[in-house]
Write a protein that binds this ligand. Sequence first.
Ligand code: APR
Length: 228
Amino acid sequence: MNKNLVVLSGAGISAESGIKTFRDSDGLWENYNVEDVASIDGWYRNPELMTQFYNERRSELGRTQPNDAHKIIAELEQYFNVTVVTQNVDNLHERGGSHNIIHLHGELTKVCSENGKKCVEDIGYETYDYGRKSADGHITRPFIVWFGEDVPLLGKAAEAVEQADILIVIGTSLNVYPAAGLLFSARPSCKIYLIDPKEVNTTSRVEFIQKKATEGMRILKEKLLAEL
Ligand code: APR
């Protein structure tokens, strides 16, 4: 019976694919105010700006490739029951080959109706003008979980972490709750590894691999397979 392995990933895993993180020195939040482009209040204030912000990120994603960290995580499916819980809205885990993915903060290639986030559609890397209507006749919005909104998949993610034998935390500053709190759903017997080139402020129970995602996943894959 294969062990349960959960990956909790953040923006850092996509950094080596060329996608900016949020809080690094050259991060996305350097050029934009979170409140203006990633919150429900921002949407009510300026939906055109937010539509444009996600159009730009969606177009950029179409020119981006998964990196070896995404691919190695997919390879681990041969040895473990792998669940990827990601804070990222990019589709690089899917394109890296992973199958069981929970997007806590939504998905960049999808849009939905402003009316209860219904009528979810995958538009790929297309852009659209604010005012586009969804199938229910309401205005279309990005299928993203913004600050100030519920995280509908949190329960499913917590269940996965509660059953994990191994938890890999990779490329996240653990600044944003409730995602960051998932670590505390792990059983005492669950082995937790954290991969990040910088120190991350979290529980001392983690085994810290101070490397970038691709290098760290190479090292950790070796270690995990040696312990099979
Ligand atoms: N490999 C691994 N980790 C990296 C790399 C890399 N090449 N480059 C940077 N990092 C690390 C940084 O050191 C940092 O700890 O990735 C982390 C990125 O942290 P954030 O920018 O805060 O991104 P994240 O933790 O995913 O943010 C969580 O905040 O703005 C919201 O909704 C947004 O999902 C996002 C959430």
